[in-house]
Write a protein that binds this ligand. Structure first.
Ligand SMILES: Nc1ncnc2c1ncn2[C@@H]1O[C@H](COP(=O)(O)OP(=O)(O)OP(=O)(O)O)[C@@H](O)[C@H]1O
Length: 594
């Protein structure tokens, strides 16, 4: 199966990666500096403890009072530990804040993505970027920066002191370190690469799981549990394999420090010994130099750790930026109070005009609309009929501006949809998708999804209009009843009416109803038909119709075929004049009784 992330995203340059990571660190730079300072102070009090212990022992020898020194030593231990743990807490807290900010940034964008962008990505993979990749920013934006700063400072200080001791031996030491550092630099990108692959595999796990839970009944009915489990397991194994690879390279990088210092030690011992023999330096200088060499281990390991963490961070940030670069749309909430059209308010019904509209879903795909033109005046019901794939649902996508027309114009109330503020346009429209999605949660949550401020009175009114009041009475917890994942506890007909009720609560001036192709029982069908007919008295209703009961109710029928409007008229006119409609009426629609 094709699972993966957003494609065609250009690779990030090193500069871009650095700037992006710095962008996440920047807001926290002072607090990270404070954390680093506290860590250093904590370490310094640790260093002072042996001195205090020495003073204590000296006092014992002199038979002096040790109470003062003992108190000082205790204070040093307590303060040192406290300062260090506050420093650690500050750094961990900041790390969590970095993750939170990254998640908020991503979530804010993902739910505003343009539909075509969502269609070319895998939602599961996008989710894993929010949940998993962001957590990898923790270390790189805090702990590793502290390591790099403290390690770097100590490294420079030690190197300067070594330079004072003997520049020649420093040259030898640096020579070895640069040599092994060069090899280390070759390993570094492999850490980033392995981490990236591992994170991609994690994304695949989410994608397959999202697909499975999204169609759980189909999964079970198809007996696909084992196969899907195998796909998830393969992705999990991939994540493990690349995670282990990353760990291997990181371990190699860490061990290179030990190697560098050991080889430097041998080189300094050899060359230093010769210099002592020739009288160029004293034995004590050589000993001090060797001691300094071992002091280098700590700062160098911190620098290496920071570099490894940076590589992990680059892998994560690249995936985060890919998601951030997907195109979003700006939907400002409409100004003013919510419209009341569907509950008898004054907002007039909207008119809809398609003026020679051409459309393709993506560059390279064939045209779906080849010059579609029709005009629908305010109020009344217009049915769109035609063979499967004729482009009926696409009409709705263009009205909602999920997509922009490739050519021609779509006008609502005489105004091009591209000139409408998007929030205002969508607030004027109620949209019921073909499979009438009901979301997990309570029935009330589902109803007020598009109109969170709806009063109980309006909810009651809409329930009556959509003939749902009986259902609500029968449910154990009424409106607060949980409807299950995707409304699985409701019947098909109930789901459709809930979806219509939700759309009506938005107070639309235009209702787009993509009728389900599945058959409803006679009672449900009549209920739905009455609801739609009543709504159409005040609101413009456009229906992609699959049932004769709906078509015969329509004020006008638009017959579409292969991306064109071939006829417009009433049922009787079209049966008489349009052979395709006649055939559809005789075959497709007859399945449902009038
Ligand atoms: N998101 C999409 N991306 C690419 N192509 C699409 C997309 N949605 C639909 N299409 C294609 O556009 C054409 C028209 O689809 P549309 O859904 O508008 O047809 P329809 O008339 O509503 O069909 P049906 O009655 O079966 O629902 C089809 O060939 C379909 O494959």
């Amino acid at each position: 199966m094709a699972v993966g992330g957003p494609q065609e995203t250009p690779k990030l340059s090193a500069g871009e990666t650095w700037r992006a990571l710095y962008g996440h660190f920047r807001p926290h730079r002072w607090i990270v500096a404070l954390g680093a300072l506290l860590t250093l102070v904590g370490a310094a009090t640790g260093l002072a403890q042996p001195l205090a212990a020495k003073a204590l022992v000296d006092r014992l020898g002199e038979d002096g009072s040790i109470t003062g020194v003992l108190l000082l030593l205790t204070a040093l231990v307590v303060i040192g530990t406290a300062v260090e743990s506050v420093g650690a807490y500050i750094l961990e807290r900041t790390a969590e804040s970095v993750v939170l900010a990254a998640r908020r940034g991503l979530i804010g964008r993902l739910l505003r993505l343009r539909l075509p962008e969502v269609e070319r990505t895998q939602p599961g993979d996008l989710m894993s970027r929010v949940t998993s990749d962001t957590t990898l920013l923790r270390a790189v934006t805090t702990q590793s920066i502290v390591s790099a700063a403290t390690g770097g400072l100590t490294f420079i200080a030690t190197i300067v002191l070594m330079g004072f001791m003997d520049p020649v031996l420093l040259g030898v030491t640096l020579g070895v370190i640069v040599l092994i550092g060069g090899a280390f630099a070759l390993v570094l990108p492999k850490i980033a690469q392995a981490t990236r692959r591992s994170q991609e595999a994690v994304g695949r796990i989410s994608t397959v799981l999202e697909r499975a839970f999204g169609a759980f009944r189909t999964l079970k009915a198809s007996g696909a549990e084992e196969r899907e489990t195998a796909v998830v397991e393969a992705a999990a194994r991939d994540a493990w394999r690349h995670g282990v690879k990353s760990a291997k390279w990181q371990a190699l990088a860490s061990s290179s420090i030990g190697l560098a210092i050991q080889i430097s030690f041998l080189a300094v011992l050899g060359i230093g010994g010769a210099r002592v023999a020739s009288g160029a330096i004293s034995v004590s200088t050589l000993i001090a130099f060797l001691l300094f060499l071992f002091y280098l281990i700590d700062p160098v390991s911190r620098l290496v750790d920071a570099a490894s963490q940076y590589q992990v961070g680059t892998a994560a940030i690249a995936r985060i930026i890919e998601a951030e670069r997907l195109e979003t749309e700006r939907v400002d909430p409409p100004a003013g109070p919510p419209k009341e059209a569907a509950s008898g308010g004054a907002s007039p019904a909207a008119s809809v005009v398609f003026d020679d509209v051409t459309f393709r879903y993506r560059d390279g795909l064939p045209l779906v609309h080849h010059g579609v033109s029709f005009a629908v005046p305010g109020a009344g019901m217009t049915a769109f009929v035609g063979p499967s794939g004729a482009g009926k649902t696409t009409v709705f996508g263009l009205i909602e501006r999920f997509y922009d027309a490739t050519g021609g114009r779509v006008l609502i109330d005489g105004r091009d949809v591209r000139d409408w503020p998007l929030g205002e346009l969508r607030a004027a429209i109620g949209y019921v998708e073909q499979d009438a999605p009901v979301l997990a949660g309570t029935l009330r949550e589902n109803l007020v999804f598009a109109a969170p401020d709806a009063t109980d009175e309006r909810i009651r009114d809409v329930l009556v209009r959509t003939k749902l009041e009986r259902l609500v009475e029968q449910l154990p917890d009424g409106l607060e009843t949980l409807v299950g994942h995707r409304g699985s506890k409701l019947s098909g007909g109930e789901r459709q009416r809930v979806a219509i009720a939700r759309a009506l609560l938005r107070g639309p001036r235009l209702l787009l109803l993509d009728e389900a192709t599945s058959q409803l029982d006679a009672v449900n069908e009549m209920a739905l038909r009455d609801v739609v007919a009543e709504v159409a008295r005040e609101v413009t209703v456009l229906v992609v119709a699959h049932r004769l009961s709906t078509v015969t109710l329509a004020d006008r029928i638009v017959v579409m075929d292969a991306g064109k409007v071939r006829a417009v008229g009433t049922h009787e006119e079209l049966v008489r004049d349009d052979p395709l409609y006649g055939e559809l009426a005789a075959t497709q629609f007859l399945a449902s009784a009038r």
